[in-house]
Design a protein around this ligand. Structure first.
Ligand SMILES: Cc1cc2nc3c(=O)[nH]c(=O)nc-3n(C[C@H](O)[C@H](O)[C@H](O)COP(=O)(O)O)c2cc1C
Length: 192
């Protein structure tokens, strides 16, 4: 996919074809993208848990919360629409440094873009219930659960729309596709 098309396509997806697993080769690429990511002082502190068995994905799913802006019955993936893979990002709490969150953002951006290049949709999730997730995945108390990325083949589209009156709220159109307002370039950049 041409790079700018990829940027456009790489949106947050929240309904997936639950019957379609991610091929092993695609998962390998997603993991490699995180492995090769930049990190402050090249410390590579992040550790990832790949949740791919359907049973385990279903065990984690109830602790993930989607599209807080929309009514729950609209934003939350329904039965049959769940993601088929979660990658949980963690780091050892004692090693948390000034730039750990930036490292996290870079690694997750690389994973979501790599997935998108393969037609796999994703959604970064910060609104998660960390305690039950820790228990289900047996994550040591010395590790912080940062965020989760959900993956799957999307069953909806997502389009960038012009932002009106500074309103950042995304919404669904009549086809139930996501519409995501983005600020104009003139608002984001100052040229000197
Ligand atoms: C750090 C971060 C946390 C997010 N947490 C959630 C979440 O918990 N649930 C959710 O449905 N979407 C979540 N999102 C997705 C955002 O809502 C989404 O990026 C935003 O609405 C813009 O849409 P876009 O990704 O299609 O550009 C998160 C995104 C980021 C970057």
């Amino acid at each position: 996919m041409e790079i700018m098309k990829l940027m456009e396509w790489c949106r947050s997806y929240r309904r997936f074809d639950q019957s379609k697993p991610i091929p092993e080769a695609v998962l390998e690429r997603i993991m490699e993208a995180a492995r090769l990511a930049n990190s402050a002082s090249n410390r590579q502190q992040l550790r990832f848990i790949v949740v791919r068995s359907p049973e385990m994905v279903e065990k984690i799913f109830p602790f993930t919360h989607w599209a807080a802006i929309l009514p729950k019955e609209v934003g939350q993936p329904k039965e049959g629409e769940h993601p088929v893979l979660f990658i949980v990002s963690t780091y050892e709490t004692a090693t948390k440094a000034k730039w750990t969150d930036l490292d996290l953002g870079i690694a997750e951006a690389r994973m979501t873009l790599t997935a998108a290049a393969e037609g796999v949709g994703s959604c970064i999730l910060a609104n998660i219930e960390r305690d039950p997730i820790r228990e289900a995945l047996d994550i040591d108390a010395s590790y912080e659960i940062a965020t989760i990325v959900a993956f799957g083949y999307p069953t909806h589209e997502s389009h960038i729309v012009e932002m009106k009156g500074g309103d950042v709220k995304y919404y669904l159109d009549e086809k139930k596709d996501y519409c995501v307002p983005k600020r104009g370039r003139e608002e984001l950049f100052r040229m000197v």
